[in-house]
Unconditional design. Structure first.
Length: 48
C-alpha cells in the first residue's frame, strides 16, 4: 500500500503514537471489508 500521509503526522497526536499492531489490524480489516450496493441497500461483508 502506498504511503499517502507524511511521516511525522501520526506522531503529532498529543505525543501519543499508535502501536504498530494497531495499524496492521486496521489495515487488514479495511482490506477484508467489502461493501456491496444492491438497489438502494448497502451490505457490508467481512471477507476473512
Amino acid at each position: 500500500m502506498a504511503k499517502i500521509y507524511p511521516g511525522n503526522s501520526i506522531k503529532n497526536l498529543n505525543g501519543h503514537e499508535p502501536k504498530e499492531e494497531t495499524i496492521k489490524f486496521l489495515l487488514n480489516y479495511s482490506k477484508a471489508l467489502s461493501v456491496i450496493n444492491y438497489n438502494k441497500l448497502k451490505f457490508e461483508a467481512l471477507l476473512n
